[in-house]
Ligand binder design. Sequence first.
Ligand SMILES: [Zn+2]
Length: 465
Amino acid sequence: MQNVDLVIQNIEWLITVDPERRVMRDAAIAVLGGKIVAVGKSAEIAREYSAARAVDAGGTVATPGFIDCHLHSSFQLSRGLADEANAQAFLFERMYPYEAALEGADVRLSATLAAAELLKHGVTCFIDPGNYHPEASVEGIMATGIRAIVSRSSFDLTKSVLGILPERMIETTQVALERAEEVLEKYANTGNPRLGASASFRGLNNASDELILGLGKLAKRYNTLLQTHACFSYSTHDSSVARTKLAEIERLESLGVIDERMLIVHSGWLEPEEVAILAKRKPSLVCAPSSSLHNGYGNILVGKLPELLALGVNVTVGSDHASSGIVDMPQEIRLACCGYKEARINPRVMPSEIGLEMATINGAKAALMADRIGSIEVGKDADIVLFDTQRPEWQPLFNPVSNLVYSATGDSVRDVFVAGEQVVSGGRLVKIDETTLYSEIPTAVARFGKHLKLDQMIQLRWPVS
Ligand SMILES: [Zn+2]
């Protein structure tokens, strides 16, 4: 008998997403020092391993922890402030003013709330495109036990065809690069396996070539990601062509920054030449369906992600932000799989297994962590989610991937483990007190709300008495 820290036993269905894509019945996982040391039948694991702690996972489906490749943790307090807005209004009338109004304390609270919602819906790692208070983000995120790759995002062009940035967000190229480097220096190699850092510019239309090239160099030097939003609406595409005579991906290609360490969010509005560039350079792409559907960007209608997947490009999924409603990976996967089926009028497009790969192993590749997370296999970190199947949406249970993608939501997450540490138990967070967390929100909203035209942002169209 080998002594281990934890055995999760009697798992009704275990979806490993390992290289053979094995799905096991009546399975168990043994964990030692945060890593998976054995995966097998419950009886076999019980014979070979003696556990300091055993978790009975009867009546559950186990999956690898999900990886949300794009979530603005500082936008978590903006839910309901950006409804029925096109790209221009969304950015320049709602989200940028909101972001400029935040102080560090608001960002910390927002980040904790974001990480809480992610964990409770089965996400064990996420990539944050960044904000102006990265230290506060790190503090808020790390309190929950989740893994995260943080950034300090930057803009250095104050004006685009779409609008003018708030004064608080404007900085020179040099300052933006210096601050990005400070964050990389501080968080890229901390020795904390749950924390990483990346280089990030928020979008092409507010970034100079010098900024993009400078951040590209930093990403290389720190061996990390270079992330940006691109091609998310016709307006961003059109304003790029108007200003530079190049579509967004063409411009990145002309700068020589696209490679497998680049993470491009949305990638919806692509010209044929841009599809060819992505297929050749193989960056990771993020499908963010709820964000496009909420604001009507057309990414699924005109998007080429199923074709890019077939061309060998790594496509992941991201919930983007609370301002488009859900922060729930099972729902995001369903929107991606079903949205493309509907847009193509073809049920064979984007089967459920592709959706689950996007949220697990593909996400791990995008985060440059495929050797550590993204699947349940020996040697990887024990990032594991247990879904409670004793609920209507999980019954009957013929095919757990089908139920997960087409029927369930993150609400059915029972337990979550990050590196073998339980961070969600019975649907509640373990490391922070949820009641206290929610009680802090009204004060923060009142504080930053003073700087916003909330009556114009909140679309309360029915009388309230
Ligand atoms: Zn975004």
